[in-house]
Design a binder for this molecule. Structure first.
Ligand code: GLN
Length: 526
């Protein structure tokens, strides 16, 4: 069978959930097909690793160390694949490749132009990935909305793709917005018509239109979109606003999307959503409720912590409990009385000194009051600092990231990071193995002695302080194979006080919640 392609574009507004739509389509087809997602982003950064989470949401990290768009989180969670950094194509990467080719002399004698040279690089990249992965189906998501200048070259490339692969092997999906204006109380198709029009001006004729709406699309609106946009009424699909993104594949199935794709692409891969539905049902009808404090400095934009939120959703699905998040901005934290009202505390990853003293204070109180605590990356580093200061009496202990002149650098830069001056893609990134301590809580949660989690950091627990911390009662329950790098810590006499240098939230799946999160939520429930 030749490789099939589904191209997902968006219109009207950004933020309608193209990534989730693409991932959900993939989920519905994944029972028999090897599906590879590719995301094209129009910005000129080589990857999102150097962007502020406020600008771009969470930076997702892959096993291979790639720092990629957060949509890869959705792809991995919905498709069950382990993605590769090559599958995220940014305009920054594209121009980098074109420039290298030009300097090498690949275009000798020619004027290097957007078409065909840049578009060829884009298409060849897509074909390379498809060939290397022996994909049955490649889902290409084009970031942004049609009409954005920065996406024109990607749109032109996927337009050309139709001629390269043949129209029987490619399907175009366009996600738009169907508003119901206040007072009019009627679903409106005009934004969709205009957006499809823009797409058609670029030579792309969608086979499927997904209309994001707060209600199911009516028969009438489907008929109208169908006649104005040249698609079958059955190919106009509701992209319903939902509380919980895991409902989207279920809604797409109800709306008949798999049949349309099967018919057009001549593939058959019947979705089996039984288990998925059961888990979603647990999220929808929880038996219990707990409140977790999330203490960070990007708390104004939930996208900055997308994978943590999803990991908690996975726990909800398995433990049938609603998890209410209480966002605590730690920059000017005045008091920690909020701890009276929560069942547990998460200190997520972060960079720089803003908000760290507030977080250290929260950790101290959580430790003293025996409130379950989960620390992630920076969360581990701050837990070590707190313990050093308040239990081991190392006055002024700190990380050299926040206080380069601290008398007790209990957290210090990794030796291999000292000489690095470039900021892009140079942290300790990706999957690394940790060996867990026999009989520790972390060991019992993972059920294995060796585990691999993903990382994104420059600092570590300073080996010069290991023995002082251990003498004070902190257990280093996991370390790198050579024993130098502390990967997990715990305080065994407390209900749940665990932190890791890694980001276990990046590997959590609906069917398989991250063990640390699962253990943490269970402890909060008790
Ligand atoms: N800023 C810390 C470091 O670089 C923690 C990073 C993180 O939390 N991802 O080590």
């Amino acid at each position: 069978m030749p490789t099939k392609y589904i191209i997902v574009t968006g219109g009207v507004l950004s933020g309608l959930g193209k990534g989730i739509a693409a991932a959900s389509i993939g989920h519905l087809l994944s029972s028999k097909l090897k599906i590879i997602p590719i995301k094209c982003d129009g910005y000129l950064n080589v990857d999102p690793g150097t962007m502020n989470p406020f600008e771009h949401g969470e930076v997702f990290v892959l096993d291979d160390g790639g720092e990629v768009d957060m949509d890869f989180g959705h792809y991995e969670r919905f498709l069950g694949v382990t993605c590769k950094s090559k599958w995220n194509l940014t305009m920054g990467k594209v121009f980098d490749m074109v420039r290298k080719k030009e300097r090498r002399g690949d275009y000798l004698g020619k004027t290097v132009q957007y078409i065909p040279h840049v578009t060829d690089v884009i298409k060849n990249h897509i074909f390379d990935v498809s060939r290397e992965e022996q994909a049955d189906l490649v889902i290409v998501e084009i970031g942004g909305t049609v009409g954005d200048i920065e996406n024109e070259l990607f749109l032109e490339s996927v337009r050309q793709l139709r001629n390269d692969v043949g129209s029987q092997d490619i399907l175009y999906v366009h996600l738009t917005y169907v508003p119901i204006p206040y007072g009019v109380n009627e679903q409106k198709s005009k934004p969709t018509q205009q957006s499809v029009n823009l797409l058609m001006q670029r030579g792309i004729f969608p086979d499927v239109i997904i209309g994001r709406c707060s209600q199911f699309l009516t028969k009438e609106i489907k008929a109208k979109i169908s006649s104005f946009c040249n698609v079958q009424p059955s190919a106009v699909i509701t992209g319903l606003d939902v509380e919980d993104i895991y409902e989207i594949p279920i809604i797409f199935e109800e709306e008949g999307l798999p049949e349309i794709i099967h018919k057009k692409l001549n593939i058959y891969s019947p979705p089996d959503l039984r288990k998925w539905k059961r888990l979603v049902d647990n999220i929808r009808n929880p038996k219990r409720e707990i409140t977790i404090a999330m203490c960070g400095k990007y708390t104004k934009l939930e996208d900055s912590y997308a994978s943590i939120i999803e990991s908690l959703n996975h726990c909800s699905a398995h433990l049938s409990c609603k998890i209410v998040l209480k966002w605590i901005e730690t920059t000017d934290l005045k008091d920690t009385s909020f701890l009276d009202e929560v069942d547990g505390v998460i200190i997520p990853g972060g960079f720089g000194s803003r908000g760290t003293e507030g977080k250290i204070e929260v950790i101290r109180e959580a430790r003293k009051r025996n409130v379950p605590f989960l620390g992630l990356c920076l969360g581990l580093q701050l837990a070590v600092i707190e313990f050093a200061r308040n239990v081991c009496n190392l006055e002024g202990a700190n990380s050299t990231e926040m206080a380069p002149d601290t008398p007790h650098p209990v957290i210090d830069i990794l030796p291999e990071q000292k000489e690095i001056s470039d900021k892009g893609g140079t942290m300790r990134l990706g999957g690394y193995t940790a060996v867990l301590k026999e009989g520790s809580l972390v060991h019992s949660l993972y059920g294995e002695r060796e585990v691999s989690e993903r990382h994104r950091h420059r600092y570590e627990v300073n080996p010069a302080y290991h023995s002082i911390m251990e003498a004070g009662g902190m257990v280093f329950s996991g370390a790198s194979r050579d024993g130098r790098l502390v990967e997990f810590i715990e305080l065994p006499h407390l209900k749940f006080f665990v932190a890791t240098q890694a980001h276990p939230e990046l590997k959590s799946r609906m069917e398989n919640p991250a063990p640390l999160f699962y253990g943490f939520i269970k402890a909060c429930l008790n």
